[in-house]
Design a protein around this ligand. Structure first.
Ligand code: HEM
Length: 520
């Protein structure tokens, strides 16, 4: 054949492939139409809201556009690139997905390859029985008894943190996100890794550096970028064997945790922390779990009992510590960051919170674990901050067993569900005047399914109580010592950083810190 013939053949092949791809994508885009489910029409390849896919908007703002376009519908479809997602908008439906019909929706819709990314085998990403088993075993870590012990660790980190803030309390414009992240890093390092952290004192500690590498978006962050792509092109990432954590971070966590495990095993040293619980897990190397599954097709389904084996390796244990680090420090420090900013902006609430904190300290003699429970107004300030700026902006689930909602919408096994927390928290039907910071709205409990900063149901955030204690103790101590004033460096409006996984302000949050003793 001449080169012209080859060229012709190659052109025909390329055009056929393009045509096939075009046809396949068009077919994918009929996913909801064919089933009569309301949906937001996609732009070719870019999905229903290209601003989110192209990182012009944070996913919370992008999905908020979709939430608004689906006004009046309890559930509706949209496309993220070419992938179909179902957005559950109605609180009653949300309650069903998260709680009452949990058996149909118990997995999150992430794909993992444990061979390539062993640190992905953790509570947040695991599926099915492996998740159930680990969740069951790890839940006692946040019992009241253990939290009391951890409280002392947090308080100790708080002492060092206040020394650090003292140096910044000079009335100048400050963004203290990094200091807050270092406090939260030391707390997690102590409670989850059993080590004394030094991040507050040393901004360049190894643990803090790794934290920055995973979350910092001041420069392009590959880890965050790939995590966000898990929503749009999950299969491609798996196929390309893309690492979910940079190798230096992976090696650091594996070495640090392996050393801790080995030390405890050798010396028999015990502490009421997470490592202790992990070591108990390893008492059995292989765990067998029996589960009942529906098998068969539409014509005849029956239940079968299947035995699954789970191997408890040291790497599996490391992955659990790792998730406590990634899920724990950035969420908590971002909440504190917004909370301080909101209290600086709303002086009347700051004064009320301070008065409460001082009164309670006078009553209890110190900021004890029990004293924190009495701080009802501070609780409301935290709840309102989490309403307006939930660090995790959406929940996701995969349908694990066909399910039909009361309006007749059938969700098929394997379909992807999202619950847009950020949008629901800002919906005036559930929270009147939603853009106004008003802790008093929590005088009454929110309607079921409308307030979800920690999710809900059996997959609710395992660290919820830990996070609240951690935030409360440090905020109480900050209010006792300092007055926070809003800095003029903040823009008119808080813009959410499109590149950040956790909801965070694009231009930072600025305050002036004054020592109360200087003002007397
Ligand atoms: C303000 C702080 C925090 C917020 C707002 C937060 C929020 C969330 C949310 C929304 C989920 C998903 C829940 C669902 O799908 O229903 C989650 C899951 C999780 N969080 Fe948190 N979290 C926080 C702090 C923490 C801390 C301190 C830890 C650990 C020490 C932690 C560990 C986890 C883990 C392991 C999961 C996965 C649970 C599972 O699937 O079984 N989180 N968190």
């Amino acid at each position: 054949m001449s080169w012209q013939d080859w060229l012709m053949l190659a052109t025909i092949a390329a055009l056929s492939l393009l045509g096939l791809a075009y046809y396949t994508i068009k077919k994918l885009y009929r996913h909801f139409e064919d089933r009569n489910i309301p949906y937001i029409k996609p732009k070719f390849l870019l999905g229903s809201d290209p601003d989110g896919v192209l990182f012009r908007l944070h996913v919370c703002d992008s999905w908020d556009n979709i939430y608004k376009k689906l006004e009046g519908k309890p559930i509706g479809g949209f496309f993220q690139t070419v992938l179909p997602f179902l957005m559950v908008r109605d609180p009653e439906y949300i309650h069903q997905v998260l709680i009452s019909s949990f058996d149909h929706f118990f997995d999150r819709n992430f794909l993992i390859d444990e061979e390539v990314n062993p640190l992905d085998a953790h509570l947040f990403l695991l599926r099915g029985n492996k998740w159930r088993y680990l969740r069951n075993k790890l839940s006692p870590i946040f019992s009241s008894g253990k939290l009391r012990w951890m409280f002392d660790e947090m308080d100790h980190c708080g002492d060092i943190f206040l020394e650090c803030i003292d140096k910044l309390a000079d009335g100048k414009d400050r963004d203290i996100l990094d200091e807050l992240a270092r406090y939260a890093t030391d707390v997690i390092e102590s409670c989850a890794f059993g080590l004394e952290g030094d991040s507050i004192k040393n901004p360049n500690s190894k643990m803090r550096q790794v934290g920055r590498d995973l979350f910092d978006t001041s420069k392009f962050n590959l880890s965050q970028f790939f995590f966000l792509l898990r929503f749009s092109i999950p299969r491609l990432l798996i196929w390309l064997k893309v690492p979910s954590v940079p190798s230096h971070a992976k090696n650091f966590f594996c070495t640090t945790m392996s050393d801790v495990l080995e030390y405890r095993r050798k010396t028999g040293f015990q502490r009421k922390d997470f490592v202790q619980l992990l070591l108990q897990l390893k008492d059995k190397e292989i765990v067998e779990i029996n589960s009942n599954y529906d098998v068969g097709d539409e014509k005849g389904k029956h239940e079968e009992t299947v035995t699954e084996k789970i191997e408890i390796t040291d790497l599996l244990l490391v992955a659990q510590s790792f998730v406590f680090f990634v899920a724990g420090f950035e969420t908590t420090s971002r909440t504190l960051h917004f909370l301080i900013h909101q209290l600086a902006e709303h002086q009347e609430f700051q004064k009320r919170a301070r008065k409460e904190v001082l009164d309670i300290k006078a009553k209890h003699g110190r900021f004890s674990y029990d004293a924190l429970k009495d701080m009802k107004f501070l609780n409301k300030c935290i709840a309102e901050t989490l309403r307006m700026y939930p660090p995790v902006a959406m929940l996701n689930r995969e349908c694990t067993k066909d399910f039909t909602f009361q309006d007749g919408t059938l969700i098929k096994k394997g379909e992807q569900i999202v619950i847009p927390i950020y949008s629901i928290h800002r919906d005036p039907r559930y929270f009147p005047d939603p853009l106004k910071y008003n802790p008093d709205r929590f005088e009454v409990d929110p309607q079921n399914g409308t307030y979800l900063p920690f999710g809900d149901g059996p997959r609710i955030c395992i660290g919820k109580r830990f996070a609240i204690v951690e935030i409360k103790i440090i905020m109480a101590r900050l209010l006792e010592r300092y007055w926070f004033e809003l800095s003029p460096l903040n823009g008119e409006k808080i813009e959410i950083d499109p590149w950040s996984l956790i909801v965070s302000s694009k231009k930072g949050l600025w305050v002036k810190i004054h020592k109360l003793t200087d003002l007397k």
